[in-house]
Design a protein around this ligand. Structure first.
Ligand code: PXP
Length: 247
């Protein structure tokens, strides 16, 4: 295990701002290169079926420009599989996608479509991509992710972060307990454990402190914080907090 988790910076929301005006700025690839320079260990980008933020061209340019790994988030569709197989990014994170949602609201229901997902991820693994499955901190989902041959799971921290933001401290502690217990359980099965969604300076440390967590993927808060203090200082502070949590 590493001394502290890797930080993957999600740059989707730079593209959200760009697309609000339909032009070329702000450029998510420029943000990715600044994040790389600021010490991010990887870049995460979600090519949604509706292309509401990241575009196909952004993925082409990220693959070309980055020297750190790209974690390509996508729904389990044939179109996305073909794009991933064309680019062969370092990692592919399979997420659920609903058109009406504002962001990835829940984890993937792996247990419900185990056979299909096992067939879906096999070519991605064969192509050399590390396949990660984004799921809730839920034992049956973890066991199903393990059975289909995923090497990595990413635990959804959204419910924990929402409870914190809304001041529901009992719920927050319960969600955190589930994340802690399920990180250890997934690790005991041989899965690499990542976590992400909704993490902020206030919520990152208790999760970063779990010894099994190898990577945290953080986007919306960092891009928002960059408005006030700049992207490099925003990322540096997140890295500092993550390192402090594990120290
Ligand atoms: N991990 C996954 C799998 C996600 O879908 C997202 C959101 O796109 C994130 C991490 C980052 O979440 P946030 O933008 O809330 O930090």
């Amino acid at each position: 295990m590493t001394s502290h988790p890797r930080l993957g910076v999600n740059i989707d929301h730079v593209a959200t701002v760009r697309n609000a005006r339909g032009g070329d700025t702000p450029d998510p690839v420029r943000a990715a290169l600044i994040a790389q320079e600021a010490g991010a260990d990887g870049i995460t980008a979600h090519l949604r079926e509706d292309r509401r933020h990241i575009s196909d061209g952004d993925i082409d340019r990220l693959m070309e420009a980055l020297t750190i790994p790209l974690n390509f988030e996508m729904a389990a569709t044939e179109e996305m599989q073909a794009i991933a197989l064309r680019h062969k990014p370092h990692a592919v994170c399979i997420v659920p996608e609903k058109r009406e949602e504002r962001t990835t609201e829940g984890g993937l229901e792996v247990a419900r479509e185990e056979n299909r997902l096992a067939h879906f991820i096999a070519p991605l693994r064969d192509a050399g991509c590390r396949v990660s499955i984004f799921i809730a901190a839920d034992k049956p989902q973890i066991e199903a992710a393990h059975r289909i041959g995923a090497e990595v799971i990413e635990l959804h921290t959204g419910a924990y972060c929402d409870a914190h933001a809304e001041g529901r401290m009992n719920d927050r502690d319960q969600e955190l307990g589930a994340l802690r217990e399920m990180s250890a359980y997934a690790h005991s099965l041989g899965l690499e454990v990542h976590a992400g969604h909704g993490l902020t300076y206030e919520t990152v440390q208790p999760v970063a402190a779990f010894p099994e967590i190898m990577e945290l993927n953080i986007g919306h808060f960092l891009i928002g914080e960059a408005i006030f203090r700049g992207l490099t200082p925003a990322i540096e502070e997140m890295r500092r907090l993550i390192g402090e949590a594990r120290a």
